[in-house]
Write a protein that binds this ligand. Sequence first.
Ligand code: TYD
Length: 142
Amino acid sequence: MYKLYEFPTILDTRGSLIAIEGDKDIPFEIKRIYYIFSNTMNSIRGRHAHKTLKQILICVSGHCSIIYDDGIKRWDIRLSKPDTGLFIGPGIWREMYGFSKDTILLVLASDWYDESDYIRNYDDFLTYKKMEQNNGTISSIE
Ligand code: TYD
């Protein structure tokens, strides 16, 4: 099952503000942020998993959908609120789609960009998950 974080909004007559502190409001230190915007019609992003990276995805403007796949079960999550963050830990296949014209998808990440942390092929992802499971079984027997 996936986990959503709801961040408190500090509201006054001027508008709204949300602050997120690494290791306090989310379960990792933030080492990198990036954001996805000016998305073209029907574009799909992501389509990969990470071996170690942890991320929080927040749709700070507009809306989009995220496919969240743990190798056994798949969820389709719609993000449309700047106060809601989807946690994606290691070993989760994700696809982002259904962007509105004004979508800005903010990503908080636990580490710097590292291509070797990516699994970009879905079959490789399933193999990786099976290997992970088998390793777990072996170490629980030992
Ligand atoms: P990609 O992984 O395809 O993005 P998405 O997850 O949205 O589908 O990345 C697109 C390009 O941007 C690719 O050449 C790698 C580069 N990139 C960086 O240089 N730094 C980063 O932090 C990220 C996420 C991507």
